[in-house]
Design a binder for this molecule. Structure first.
Ligand code: PEP
Length: 250
């Protein structure tokens, strides 16, 4: 079965007003989109439910983070169980901003992935190398290490709940998009790793999406690569061009 094209919008800590949020939703709700693409919008946690209430029903919502525990004295955190209870189907985990600004290790991201799947969530698992790592020729090694931590705590069946977002750190929010060859090579390496570390079926069926300065101008070429199954979009997900990105395979 072909892998369903997937486009996620990571709003990060935007927008900052109810009015801006409603404007974005209006653009999405009015858009003519490819019905074969799975679209998932990740607003800040405060806006997930109000946005879900007004968002078209063929689009899903995601949280941008979740903790490893179900409940308790963890001020400021959201639990996977709470997201499930609120009918939020997806969570983004391991985003590079969480790893670099908030010190999340690959082991913590793996534990969060385990907790999210156990609670019944699907996970958009972000991995990717820094510029220094790429220039040192360590791209494959870094990605494999990030994935290995997750492989260690997951079962084969869990992978149907995971979408891998390959997001080179040097491409996030910088305007420097990976070339089609760089993206294809990394995605193919990820699939090769999954084949060896988990199974051929998981390697074939797991969606590997690209993130990092995706725009309406560069999405079609990237979407044409055989191992690119969609996008995780930051900045451009807040603009009308997000609709072009959703439709990049049409
Ligand atoms: C992201 O934050 O996941 C991202 C890919 O950001 P941008 O599209 O702005 O580079």
């Amino acid at each position: 079965m072909p892998r369903q094209f997937f486009v996620g919008g990571n709003f990060k800590m935007n927008p900052t007003s109810r009015e801006q949020k409603e404007n974005i939703v209006k653009i999405l709700n009015d858009a003519d989109v490819d019905p074969n693409t799975e679209v998932v919008i990740a607003p800040p946690s405060l806006y997930i439910l109000p946005l879900a209430n007004i968002l078209r029903k063929d689009f899903k919502v995601a949280a941008q983070n979740a903790y490893i525990k179900t409940s308790g004295a963890f001020t400021g955190e959201i639990s996977p169980a709470q997201l499930v209870d609120a009918e939020v189907p997806y969570v983004i985990l391991g985003h590079s901003e969480r790893r670099t600004l908030f010190g999340e290790t690959s082991e913590l991201v793996a534990q969060k992935t385990r907790a999210a799947i156990d609670a019944g969530l699907s996970v958009i698992l972000c991995i990717g190398e820094t510029l220094v790592e790429r220039e040192a020729g360590q791209c494959t090694q870094v990605i494999e290490k990030q994935l290995q931590a997750v492989v260690q705590v997951t079962k084969e069946a869990d992978w149907s709940k995971i979408v891998i977002a390959y997001e080179p750190v040097w491409a996030i929010g910088t305007g420097k998009v990976a070339t089609t060859a760089q993206a294809q090579e990394a995605h193919s390496d990820i699939r090769k790793f999954l084949r060896q570390a988990v199974s051929s079926a998981v390697a074939e069926n797991t969606r590997v999406i690209y993130g990092g300065s995706v725009t309406a101008g560069n999405c079609s070429d990237l979407a044409g690569q055989p191992d690119v199954d969609g996008f995780l979009v930051g900045g451009a997900s807040l603009k009308p061009e997000f609709v072009n990105i959703i439709n990049s395979r049409r």
